[in-house]
Design a binder for this molecule. Sequence first.
Ligand SMILES: [Mg+2]
Length: 252
Amino acid sequence: MTTPFFHLRLHPAERVALLRSVVDRVRAQVARGPAVVVFDLDGTLMDNRPRVVAILHELAIAWATRHPAAADACARATADDIGYGFIANLRHLGVVDPTLHEEGLAFWKARFFQDPHVKHDVEILGARSYVKACYEAGAVVVYLTGRDLPNMALGSFASLRDLGFPIGVIGTELVVKPTFEMPDADFKRAVAPELRRLGTVVAAFDNEPANVNLFLDAHPESHGIFLDTQYAPDPCALDPRAQVIASFDLDT
Ligand SMILES: [Mg+2]
């Protein structure tokens, strides 16, 4: 898969060196004071495409009688069919009727941003081991996500626990948006300076270029690391200081 950021991706040996250097910087910083590493969830630590697939399979059941052809298309969906945008996913699967797009979008919205379906998420390659490595080096691990407190905080906590990420222990925080409606970038821009309460930010990982950029502005001494997985359409340019990876794989 190629992306607009593909040519910026570090080669495997460079990716491994960067990831290890962040852990080394955590160790060095901890000798002087608290060190913070920030991780976004969706598209950064978590691959949420299986969540979308689960919803498509439920939609297939809901449509089985009224729209059998569209239902069959949804039932065949796998994670490899999933990109950004639910209507685009429906089109890709062969569902072309605009009225079904609207109905499907409402069905997806009522489930995707709610606790119960978060359990379908899986880790991005190497994410759990890497977060653990940062934590064991002494970092305060902050999961900073655009998921919201009313609808997704509890499911996110359970998902982190069930996937084996450090959570519920000293030195970890799950930070969520106060409301669903608040734009993610506004939320992260407001929170970024507050991370100083916890210590010196060593690195921030995110799959939205705008978020990587705003962390670099708030913490110019830190690493801004962009996960080239999925992101909202028409992304802004990436800050030239940012580094680009597509997984946390420590094998070259
Ligand atoms: Mg994200």
